[in-house]
Design a protein around this ligand. Sequence first.
Ligand code: MG
Ligand code: MG
Length: 266
Amino acid sequence: MIFLKTEDEIELMRAANQLVAATLAEVGKAVRPGVTTAELDRIAEEFIRDHGAEPTFKGFPNPYGGPFPGSICTSVNDVVVHGVPSPDTVLQEGDIISVDCGTLLNGYNGDSCYTFQVGEVSEEVKRLLRTTKEALYKGIETAVAGHRIGDIGYAVQSHCEAQGYGVVREFVGHGIGKEMHEDPQVPNYGRRGQGKQLKNGLCIAIEPMITQGTHEVYLMPDKWTVRTRDHRPAAHFEHTIAIHHGRADILSSFEEIEKMEAARSL
Ligand code: MG
Ligand code: MG
């Protein structure tokens, strides 16, 4: 069942997503060679709770195993999604890390993900990150009232596959609101004109998960960590948007992170 949001609900969703944006920026400040993913998790949890919200991912149930132990997912290099923060995972120069974050604030959910560079990464990896982020915005541009879910997937898939990248099939974007995962599913692949029609008040997370090599993935024995089959790197960028006045209104934000990245590269 799809729940369309009122104007007031869209503003509550914006608040939750702006807190996710601020949390990701806070985590991003700490991303550097030598830091552990457990330390990044600690920073995120403290920041979220200090702002009167709950980290939605903490304790998230898993039908195949135990609940998620962290407050964020920290997915390094060939980990596509759901990397579990650990004191044993130490970031190295040249790594990439996707930090996925969810907050529950005043009864509504925020959800966004950004793939950070650790120190200086290769040109090849930079291109993967750039293309994945571009694909996210191509999907968002397509998300206007009257279009369909398949238009979003088509925009993401065609952009990435044209560059020779893989599009992960097993994990998809989703409706979002009072629950972190609501209907409809929002795949990163699809056919134009197919699927549910987009209407004002629909809130969805669009989240391309794009691989440098094969799109095939597998689940680690911890029942959370998902890796690429060929161990080549994967990138993941996610925004939560509302269809609002006929167009995509981006409720999360990368603005603070991008300012930080621009300052670092000077
Ligand atoms: Mg997410
Ligand atoms: Mg999501």
